[in-house]
Design a protein around this ligand. Structure first.
Ligand SMILES: *[C@@H]1O[C@H](CO)[C@@H](O)[C@H](O)[C@H]1NC(C)=O
Ligand SMILES: *[C@@H]1O[C@H](CO)[C@@H](O)[C@H](O)[C@H]1NC(C)=O
Ligand SMILES: *[C@@H]1O[C@H](CO)[C@@H](O)[C@H](O)[C@H]1NC(C)=O
Ligand SMILES: *[C@@H]1O[C@H](CO)[C@@H](O)[C@H](O)[C@H]1NC(C)=O
Ligand SMILES: *[C@@H]1O[C@H](CO)[C@@H](O)[C@H](O)[C@H]1NC(C)=O
Ligand SMILES: *[C@@H]1O[C@H](CO)[C@@H](O)[C@H](O)[C@H]1NC(C)=O
Ligand SMILES: *[C@@H]1O[C@H](CO)[C@@H](O)[C@H](O)[C@H]1NC(C)=O
Length: 888
């Protein structure tokens, strides 16, 4: 059986190592940087139902106890609102059944469907008694003549379900009872009677419905079959034997013209068939078996239709999500030609599903009525022979699975749970069609990906939601070029592309965004859909990221570099931020590449830190971005920013140490955009940078000032490295590089630096100790130590310190024993201290016997413990130094 657990986990290990790096979004946009349009109303939550109306230019939003009409162009503009609350009586009934009044027994609007130009059909959970009503769009009022919503809307607001309105008939997949235990796929029609699924586990077994839509076969269908409604859901498998509930993603379909059977399957679907959706990596035996959302990308012909689904694994802790795409033709083939499965009884009571090898009745069970059947006088499902109906009733499951295009996922991402997907087809300037996938996560992030020559590229990740919450609904409008995301706290509208945010040609091309191209005429990255169609040839776009196509930029010259003056011995911070997650920052000083080992340097995420500036550190510093474009097979280097570092002559240093002068003029801060070059011009740039200022070509910097404040040097003298903007999802490769500079510093095997730090902390320590001794905070041993220290602290400081650390190691174990044997009155504090101890490795407060004593004083206690003085600080694991106040 294909779902071997061992295989799954073996596959996982391989997968993580082989596919991991591919799925790094190139650019990360934070919410606060984007200025997205948002909508929410105080006191209203769960904006999870969205409906776009092309006709009315509106976005309808179903929330908890309210329906809104927002402007599609700008969702901050609310045009209408209607409330739909639960009356007293149903509320009481709901609470009596044990549901919570504040959460469950409210009316969550979950169905919004267009009936006609004037009306919407609206359903809500209505305190576990689902109800539906008509919403008149002219005055935005409800009819207030609610209908029974059972089978159309779920009872439970947290239960998954799906609906689609097709020609005034509502198709839904939901639960039919209060407990949510009776699944149903049904059709409600004003003219015909209700049609539904058989209540049987072979039809539906604990399904979680995610999507349903109609595929119109249109008039060009030669065999005269009618339209079909496809449902997508995850259910518990019946066909696999497994030691738990094995989930299986499914596609089911029914025919729009189905009327049920005459005797057998009366008022039930006669065309219900379902098949397994496969989203796996066969080469690794890894299976994504839970489908969360489906988007059907409809082509002009139904054969061009592609079904996109987002999947995760049932074993949620593996943290992988995948997107699989299915060819509509392949889906059709499975339903029209696939083999059926059959339930057989083995060994008395045990049943097993096997392939049915007998003769299938004609007409084919589950097939829609076509011209051939009509010739046989079968013009509707009511005329189908009982044999066919009985067969489809017993054999709704097909054996053949629906395989994804390319037999594997289009996209695999680590440490992400995708919840929603929309796809837009874009014709790029190379004339080819690209399907741009937008996938929303359970953390409010959106990924935008494109497949180029079989390789997936995540163009960007966008923090759509302010808070880390799930994207519950995602819609796309090609007309407004916007995405609409619904969440528990509000609705967000985002453009489908952020071209103008790419400030240079290289950045624009390296982004590999099918929507974006560089316009050399206006020197801007533009959306190709906005660009005047008469001149698309002039635009530069290269979806493999070949930035060599860009015109060679006039580089920065030394006179445009920021002047940075510092006092000898102080620190200098040279900010530089590479926006691309695929780029590496390379620092050059005086033209040669700087490595961290070379000096007292720290190459951090957002700049270079030089700890103790010496005269030989003066000179030119350049920050280069080296970006690897895999599809182009090339590295692209460009100069991001340059600095001229010099020392302030000692007698004339009036300011604080380490003062960094602001840039000479404001325009220089725009150097990031202006400094774009490409591989070919690197050398030219470099030589011009090294040459004396008088020989450099003059370059004009007319671009607007950078808004990114991280590029302007900080005004204070402190070593103030802001933490790098955290990766939106934790799969960016830099996430592990979050050590504090001090810890990084300690890693360098540099005795001078160590001695300096050591002396600094030792002085601090002495000061604290002296103060505490003076204030009589310390118990007697500490005071005795005081006497000893006063004698000759210079000669004893090292053993002293080592004793401290040895003592702390001891403290860990002895305190653990104290904790288990006799919890003292300050037991809880001890627990906290132990936690701190494990975290930071230096807190030893309990050893000093006084909860008020700061941890610095631990040294005072140590001599009394008679610890050996030969603990080697250098050999301590790095965690012990990785503290706020490293002692080592
Ligand atoms: C959207 O509407 C709000 C409120 O009317 C307005 O302040 C904002 O500028 C509009 N945004 C856009 C992009 O039109
Ligand atoms: C509705 O929103 C609230 C507040 O964000 C959330 O706690 C709750 O889980 C949501 N309920 C459902 C059914 O989505
Ligand atoms: C789907 O498959 C059919 C038949 O194999 C093929 O003609 C068609 O191009 C495929 N469509 C896509 C989108 O792959
Ligand atoms: C279909 O019905 C017509 C008229 O009722 C009859 O003449 C014809 O023989 C029937 N054809 C078949 C294949 O039963
Ligand atoms: C994905 O969802 C699962 C199950 O809800 C959860 O355990 C896991 O932490 C989530 N992973 C991420 C990266 O959000
Ligand atoms: C850079 O060159 C200058 C002048 O040649 C020299 O004084 C300085 O030490 C050099 N700086 C570095 C960091 O190599
Ligand atoms: C591209 O740059 C990276 C980082 O500097 C380097 O490791 C890699 O070897 C380079 N590749 C090529 C083909 O130059």
């Amino acid at each position: 059986m294909g779902f071997g657990v061992l295989g799954v986990f073996l596959g996982l290990l391989l997968e993580v190592s082989t596919h991991g790096p591919n799925a790094v979004p190139r650019t990360s946009w934070r919410h606060q940087d984007l200025d997205l349009m948002e909508f929410s109303e105080p006191g209203i939550f769960n904006y999870s139902t969205l409906l776009l109306s092309e006709k009315r230019d509106a976005l309808y939003v179903g929330a908890r106890e309210a329906i809104f009409e927002l402007s599609k162009k700008n969702v901050t503009v609310k045009n209408n609102k209607v409330e739909w609350t639960v009356a007293e009586n149903p509320m009481v009934m709901c609470t009596l059944k044990g549901k919570s009044k504040e959460k469950d027994c409210l009316n969550y609007i979950r169905v919004l469907q267009v009936v006609d130009d004037e009306r919407l059909y609206v359903c809500g959970t209505h305190a576990f008694q689902p109800q539906c009503d008509y919403l008149n769009l002219a005055d935005f009022s409800l009819d207030r003549q609610p209908e029974d919503g059972r089978g159309k809307c779920s009872f439970d607001p947290s239960q998954s379900f799906t609906t689609v309105m097709v020609d005034g008939e509502l198709y839904s997949g939901t639960a039919y009872n209060f407990l949510g235990s009776e699944p149903i796929m049904s059709r409600y029609s004003p003219s015909q009677s209700l049609l539904r699924t058989e209540y049987s586990t072979s039809w539906l077994n604990e399904p979680s419905f995610v999507f349903a839509d109609v595929i119109s076969e249109g008039s060009n269908r030669v065999d005269g079959e009618d339209d079909k409604i496809y449902y997508f859901f995850t259910e518990v498998s019946v066909e696999y034997e497994f030691f738990g509930k094995l989930l299986i993603p499914r596609v089911a379909r029914v025919c729009k013209g189905d009327l049920g059977g005459q005797r057998t399957l009366q008022k039930k679907w006669t065309s219900f068939l379902k098949a397994k959706l496969v989203c796996s990596m066969p080469e690794l035996n890894f299976v994504f078996n839970v489908v969360h959302d489906v988007f059907i990308l409809k082509g002009a012909d139904w054969k061009d239709t592609v079904i996109y689904g987002v999947f995760t694994s049932q074993w949620g802790n593996v943290g992988l999500s995948a997107v699989c795409a299915y060819n509509m033709t392949a889906v059709e083939d499975v339903f029209s030609k696939g083999k059926y499965m059959q339930k057989v009884t083995v060994e008395q009571s045990h049943t097993k599903w096997v392939r049915y090898n007998g003769i299938t009745p004609t007409p084919r069970p589950g097939a829609c009525i076509n011209n051939l059947m009509r010739q046989q006088n079968i013009s509707s499902s009511l005329h189908l022979p009982d044999k066919t109906l009985q067969f489809v009733k017993d054999h709704p499951l097909l054996e053949d699975p629906v395989l994804p295009i390319g037999n594997g996922p289009r996209l695999i991402t680590k440490d992400v749970n995708y919840t929603q997907i929309v796809v837009e087809r874009v014709r790029a300037l190379d004339g080819k069609i690209y399907d741009v996938m937008f996938t929303g996560t359970d953390k409010g992030i959106l990924h935008k990906s494109v497949v180029y020559e079989g390789e997936v590229h995540i163009v960007e990740e966008i923090q759509l939601l302010k808070n880390s919450e799930s994207i519950k609904n995602l819609l796309l409008s090609s007309e407004t070029r916007s995405l609409y995301a619904g969440s528990d706290s509000g609705v967000v509208q985002s453009p489908t592309a952020f071209c103008v945010r790419y400030r240079s040609c290289a950045d624009c091309v390296l982004a590999r965004d099918p929507y974006c191209a560089w316009d050399p005429h206006t020197a801007a990255c533009v959306n190709i859909l906005d660009a005047p169609s008469q001149r698309p040839r002039r635009l530069i776009q290269s979806l493999n990221g070949d930035a060599d196509k860009c015109p060679s930029a006039s580089g920065l010259s030394v006179k445009d570099y920021h002047r940075v003056k510092v006092k000898p011995g102080s620190s200098a911070e040279l900010p530089c931020l590479a926006r691309s997650n695929l780029a590496q920052v390379m620092w050059k000083s005086n033209g040669s590449v700087l490595t961290e080992a070379s000096r007292f340097h720290l190459i951090a995420e957002n700049g270079l830190l030089i700890y103790s500036v010496a005269p030989e550190d003066q000179g030119l510093y350049e920050c280069w971005s080296v970006e690897w474009a895999p599809a182009a097979g090339k590295n692209f280097s460009r100069l991001l920013v340059g600095y001229v570092l010099s020392l302030i002559p000692p007698p004339r240093a009036p300011q604080q140490a380490g003062h960094v002068t602001p840039p000479l003029n404001r325009q220089e801060t725009s150097s990031t955009q202006a400094a774009e070059g490409n591989g070919k011009t690197d050398r030219a740039l470099l030589t011009s940078a090294i040459a004396p200022p008088s020989f450099t070509a003059t370059a004009q910097f007319t671009s607007p000032p950078q808004t990114d404040s991280s590029l302007t040097p900080p005004p204070s003298s402190t070593i103030r490295f802001q933490p790098k903007l955290p990766p939106l999802s934790s799969n960016t490769p830099r996430s592990q590089d979050s050590r504090v500079p001090a810890a990084e510093y300690l890693q360098h095997n540099n005795s001078t630096a160590l001695l300096f730090l050591f002396l600094l902390f030792f002085l601090l320590f002495l000061a604290a100790l002296a103060y505490n001794c003076y204030m009589q905070y310390l118990p007697a041993p500490c005071l005795r130590l005081r006497a000893a220290l006063l004698g000759s602290h210079k000669s004893t400081h090292q053993p002293e310190y080592r004793a401290c650390e040895a003592g702390l190691m001891e403290a860990t174990t002895s305190d653990k024993m104290n904790m288990t044997e006799q919890p003292t009155q300050n037991g809880s504090q001890t627990t906290q201290n132990l936690k701190a101890l494990r975290d930071t490795g230096y807190e030893t407060e309990p050893e000093c016997g006084n909860g008020r004593i700061p941890s610095h004083t631990c040294g005072g206690d140590s001599p009394s413990q008679e610890k050996p003085f030969d603990v080697d600080c250098e050999s301590q694991p790095i965690e012990f130094a990785d503290a706020d106040e490293p002692y080592c």
